[in-house]
Design a protein around this ligand. Sequence first.
Ligand SMILES: [Zn+2]
Length: 123
Amino acid sequence: MKPCYCGSSQLFEDCCNLYLNGTQSAPTAEALMRSRYTAFATGAVDYLINTTHFSKRKFHKKSEILAWSKSNQWLRLEILAVSKTTVTFNAYYINENLKAQIHYEHSTFTLENGKWYYLDGTY
Ligand SMILES: [Zn+2]
């Protein structure tokens, strides 16, 4: 039993894994954001593509997402601010040159047919 990668203090099985394995859909933008961080940490590339809004998928290549996911060691997620449709966060990771990095992003999400999708982000 391991704590969830997203830092929620819940177990992985009771948290993001419910969304990653398709048992449930993330109920809020924040939950989707957290599960997408977990997907990066676990290399769940299909989930990352499926939760990206279809209008934006052409900008995200599967091979590039996989490379970005795998070449970094994901340490933790820090949520800085949340609104209904936005999440601002820092993702802490160690890059392929073993340098500590922080990915800061203000992400926008959209609810469509009852499901949340990642739209885009400014970093
Ligand atoms: Zn989680």
